[in-house]
Design a protein around this ligand. Sequence first.
Ligand SMILES: C[S@@+](CC[C@H](N)C(=O)[O-])C[C@H]1O[C@@H](n2cnc3c(N)ncnc32)[C@H](O)[C@@H]1O
Length: 355
Amino acid sequence: MTTSTQKEDVNATFGGLAKCLQHIYASLDVVAIRCALELRIPDVINNHDGPVTLAQIAHGINSSSLNVDGLSRLMSFLVHRQIFDRVHQPQSEEPLYTLNPCSKWLVQDPKTTNIAPYVMMVTNPSLRSLLANLSKCISEGGTTAMKAFGVDFWSYLSVNPRVNDIFNEGMACGTRITMDALMSNYKFDGLKGTLVDVGGGIGAAINEIVTKYPHLNGINFDLPQVISTAPTYKGVTHVGGDMFKAIPPADSIFMKSVLHDWSDNDCVRILKKCRDSISGRKGKMVIVDTILHRGEDDALEYTRVAHDLMMFSLFENGKERTEVEWKKILNDAGFYRYNIIQIPAIESIIEVYSD
Ligand SMILES: C[S@@+](CC[C@H](N)C(=O)[O-])C[C@H]1O[C@@H](n2cnc3c(N)ncnc32)[C@H](O)[C@@H]1O
């Protein structure tokens, strides 16, 4: 006869196994999301006024050799993972599918911000293959990029234009999402003159700032290989260069998601170059970056911790930082006055004063 303690042990064992299997198959989530994007399923559902049948989705995909059984099973998986919703109407056996708050982010409507380029970056086969070396980075040191490609991450991108574009588009996508939160919670109207975005990628952030605050002259500063692919924006001058050597002179600095790629020592070197750029102008720096553990029950904390592991794997000493760690690098670079502003985003704002 089985005792209640034995039953509890069996339940705990199988509960643990179920949890473990969920984690093991979690990588299929983003693969299925990419598949839905490639088939433009979120757009097909969005193009209808209400819930849609599988046949309507199939019709919207517009393929003469569509595997409807495969589509049905993909939709079942995505509904199970709460990426789409399935509703049942009275008097009908046929399930209907709708977007939910998660899949609304997958609709590729140019008028709204969507997360599709980010999915393409995360699922890019070359970028994804890097993580296969994670355990080696822990057991031997080094970065996944160095182990997989024999060069650092930025050098790899500089000679792989397609992956470079996918990475830059993915970053710009993440930036647009953060910028929506930033622009509605933070005002740049106290700044004047020139604002340089250090490591600004293809210029998505500085373009938004200058569009809303046209009294500012924007400079988008990044590596030459990134600048060469950046679109033209009104009010923004693109400048290629190396932030470890010199940052163009400006009245204020904007820097988003850059310092987490670098060691404390390198961050201090970059921050000192920022200081040189605004020296004598009493300007301020607006740093937009992750502050780890800003709230454990914050829904985005999982993403922050995941980014920390990514930064570890990609860059020599790359890391997300706690507030205490931010204070240290700012102080080491000679900045003592700063102000943290939380916004509804992965990142926070760290306003840093140069005096
Ligand atoms: C994580 S991305 C952030 C891009 C952008 N700020 C954003 O949030 O979308 C870091 C950026 O730093 C740039 N970068 C790396 N090394 C650099 C250097 N030595 N000088 C200037 N920019 C650099 C990269 O090219 C990349 O665009």
